[in-house]
Design a protein around this ligand. Structure first.
Ligand code: DX5
Ligand code: ZN
Length: 216
């Protein structure tokens, strides 16, 4: 299977979300990446359920919702109601991760777990067969437009080996600083899904930029 592209709307024009969604509908993007930040887990606040529900009215592809929030368990049903198809929580924010994963799946969503740059892939061994997606942060979460952390390639290789060893079919998603300069190397290391915010939305031709990332 070819890799998937999930443009992050964090870098889009919030005053024109409908037209940004229509552009993505026409593009080769596979998913829409939506970054929810609460000002507690990360030092920034983005948007929440009402904005996702509004976006959902104009989208034709799965909503890939990345929760950078404390206590995600309290909001699982709300994100389902807002239209989330894939719901990713942070390992570092979940005391009872196994339970959280099952709560997400019980709501009929795909379950993802995100790892901060300092969090080791081995910590997911106990749940790797239960999750649909691992999101490897390739910047510290909280802001778009940051520089890609080069040690990510090795982390992706380790994650891929752990998935293979356990016979799991978990997808690996990379988030932060993704551009056409690192996309090929990430895919070679084992990445299945590339998130790109600034590289897509700050480019002169987002449709072409998405096509370029899709066809590396
Ligand atoms: C960062 C977010 C990312 C962000 C990526 O905390 O999780 O999804 O939007 O933005 P770029 O691609 O600009 O690094
Ligand atoms: Zn994200």
């Amino acid at each position: 299977m070819s890799h998937l592209i999930s443009p992050s709307l964090l870098a889009s024009d919030f005053a024109n979300l409908q037209s940004e969604c229509e552009m993505l509908n026409k593009s080769e993007a596979d998913w829409y990446h939506l970054d929810v930040m609460d000002g507690l887990f990360v030092p920034n606040i983005s948007f929440g359920m009402p904005v996702i529900a509004a976006i959902n009215k104009h989208t034709l592809k799965p909503l890939d919702v990345h929760l950078m929030i404390e206590n995600p368990d309290s909001y699982i049903k709300d994100f389902k109601a807002a239209g989330a198809n894939i719901l990713t929580v942070h390992y570092e924010a979940c005391t009872h991760l196994h339970k959280t994963i099952h709560s997400i799946k019980e709501e009929g969503m795909k379950a993802g777990v995100a790892l901060n740059p300092h969090t080791s892939v081995e910590l997911l061994e106990g749940v790797i067969n239960e999750i649909d997606l691992v999101l490897i942060m390739s910047v510290n979460p909280g802001f778009g437009g940051q520089k890609f952390i080069e040690s990510t390639y090795e982390k992706v290789r380790k994650m891929k080996a752990l998935i293979t060893k356990n016979g799991a079919d978990t997808k690996i998603e990379i988030d932060g600083g993704v551009t056409s300069a690192n996309a090929q190397k990430l895919i070679e290391a084992g990445a299945d899904v590339l998130v790109a915010g600034s590289f897509v939305f700050k480019s002169d031709n987002p449709l072409q930029t998405i096509a370029d990332l899709k066809n590396v």
